[in-house]
Design a protein around this ligand. Structure first.
Ligand code: AHG
Ligand code: MN
Ligand code: MN
Length: 344
């Protein structure tokens, strides 16, 4: 990674203009991504200034998952909706914080390619009270042709159909990570120029790693392939892996995926028996799919253990799914352990 001055770097606006010029994305998608990035810089400010704006603490309401909402979950959701409502090619939205899909003013337009946007406006929001890392995740799908009345069924496209996806991370600096299916590019927000500048072009995740991330407090609920994998990592140099592993858990998927993009690693929120009603903890359409797209575009791999995440045909926008993603050789090992258990 070079350390060229900001003035010599490519801004997101030029990056997108070049992609339009080269026929890689439509003008509409460029406008959409610009609006998402604007929304993310506004969310970053809202998170940073929360204490001064009375936006800290609980909203005393619940989302569709029965989780209590923080004020900043609601504020971030409103920011994203407001920014996207002014983009003429955005036909409809789905969000972790909205029970049903939301049609946009342009929902029946047909004069340009239309898109559907799914998002988690604030991921890892349990970290807010400790000034920990949070982020926003988004996924873009093609909308049906003009004249079709949009409903939830149009959002139920498998992850391989994503046109674009990414996330913003609000950490020591604010970053915006993007894929349109041509690798993954990372932009850092420059507070002086108020713009995202390309700082991490064409990121690649190393194939191998000695770092894993899993919420160990759920150990008693895991299935055997995950037990075996973690047992072997923890056994270290004396165990079958013949290597010492490190473990990290930030409780923010954005932060875990970002670490994996920067230095490799594997993240697991696997199927467990804690709540038999759900297949996993994370949500397929606005958490697992966009992160799987990013990770795979950077040379990593993603799976539920049984199947590639992006091959799943969603049944509901708010559906949950087991998630294992990161460095290729480790994810392949877990798929292998799952296959062996299925055969036994
Ligand atoms: P959200 O804040 O959008 O509800 O998502 C939190 C998710 C994810 O970011 C993280 O990996 C996981 O929940 C953490 O779960 P635990 O609290 O079980 O560790
Ligand atoms: Mn989330
Ligand atoms: Mn969230």
């Amino acid at each position: 990674m070079n350390s060229a001055p900001v003035a010599e770097r490519i801004r997101l606006s030029l990056f997108l203009a070049n992609a339009v010029r080269d026929g890689q994305i439509t003008t509409g998608l460029s406008t959409l991504v610009t609006a998402v990035a604007d929304a993310c810089s506004a969310v970053a400010t809202a998170v940073e200034r929360g204490i001064f704006d009375g936006a800290c603490g609980n909203a005393h309401s619940e989302n569709v998952h029965g989780e209590s909402q923080k004020k900043l979950d609601v504020v971030s959701n409103d920011i994203v909706i407001e920014k996207l409502a002014s983009v003429s090619c955005v036909r409809a939205l789905a969000s972790e914080e909205l029970e049903s899909i939301r049609l946009m003013p342009s929902s029946s337009r047909g004069d340009e390619d239309g898109y559907l946007v799914l998002f988690d406006p604030l991921d890892g929001s349990s970290n807010l009270e400790i000034n920990g890392i949070v982020g926003s995740i988004f996924s873009v799908l093609a909308a049906p042709e003009a004249g079709v009345a949009i409903d939830e069924s149009h959002f139920l496209q498998s992850g391989v159909q994503q046109v674009c996806a990414g996330y913003a991370i609000y950490g020591a600096s604010t970053m915006f990570m993007l894929t349109t299916g041509r690798g993954v590019d990372g932009f850092t927000f420059d507070r002086h120029s108020e713009s995202f500048v390309l700082t991490h072009p064409q990121l690649r995740i190393p194939d191998s790693t000695c770092e894993f991330a899993i919420n160990m407090s759920n150990e008693r609920f895991w299935n055997e392939p995950v037990h075996r994998y973690v047992r072997e990592c923890v056994a270290g140099a004396e165990g079958p892996r013949r290597a010492n592993f490190n473990m990290r858990w930030i409780a923010s998927m954005v932060a875990e995926v970002h670490r994996i993009l920067m230095r490799g690693g594997i993240f697991l929120y696997p199927r467990d028996s804690k709540n038999r009603e759900f297949a996993g903890r994370l949500r397929l359409t606005y958490e697992a799919n966009p992160m799987a797209f990013i990770v795979e575009q950077a040379g990593g791999m993603s799976t539920t253990g049984e199947a590639p995440i992006m091959n799943i045909k969603p049944e509901r926008v708010h559906q949950r799914v087991p998630v294992i993603l990161g460095s290729k050789l480790e994810v392949e090992r877990l798929v292998d352990y799952h296959n062996q258990t299925a055969v036994d």
